[in-house]
Design a protein. Sequence first.
Length: 315
Amino acid sequence: MSEIKKIATRDSYGSALAELGKEADDLVVLDADLAAATKTGIFQKAFPDRHIDCGIAESNMMGITAGLASAGKVPFVSSFAMFAAGRAFEQVRNSIGYPHLNVKIGATHAGLSVGEDGATHQCNEDLALMRVIPGMTVISPLDDVEARAAVRAAYALDGPVYLRFGRLAVPVINDRADYKFEIGKGVTLRDGADLTILATGLCVSQALRAAESLKADGIDAGVINIHTIKPLDAELVVKAAGKTGNMVTVEEHSILGGLGSAVAEVLAEQCPVRMLRIGVQDVFGESGPAVQLLEKYGLDAGGIYNKVTAFMKNA
């Protein structure tokens, strides 16, 4: 069996920007002294006149970005998720969200998989922060193919978009001819009769592996890739709940305010069923290798399998 290709979605982000820059003269990219880490340095090398390094001043960078958008440019503004969504939240809300400007926020190094950078840099709250800003589209791609497609879709969409990318190299599972990305539309990767696992970001590939293990135990689990947290594909969520009854969400994010909360809100209003939220359980992360952290916090295939098994035993 050939080895599965793995690429960090932050790399995909940088490459996609450079490719898109050849076609879009109005595309500009801003960074906060992290171009090498966020991979916007790829765009900077190709289009130095359209890349602005704002230094370690994320809040000010958001203000500059708002000005560029007001002048007709389509800016992609980049930093770590902790700084883009956290430190600069007020400016994102008031300078970008409130006037509904055409700004795209490329936030890298999200979640526990930032690894050794530790709890202060492991942003497990960004989806919640961005989801509550009126009019903000929130996207969390699972792999290289989806990340590249998301960048193009964000550029084409008129309005603010938050794009979440990771540091850890993840399996490429969308490398197929019939792949299609559409903002706000979930993708059914595996049909199931007993329960549905809705996952986002790097957790999708882990959910697929967990589903295989569950199958061996006689549990037929469907898997849906929810790449767009907002607007959520409520129609698909409700349809899946009506079919399997048992719903599980998996995210490299706090169980509060992210995918789990979004799905719970829809189900509570439209199709109440049993539900389990798998994610960071209202705690901070810690320093350590990314893969080991995902295992410790139960976000790897084994952890998902164990939690779903317990959930189904208590049905």
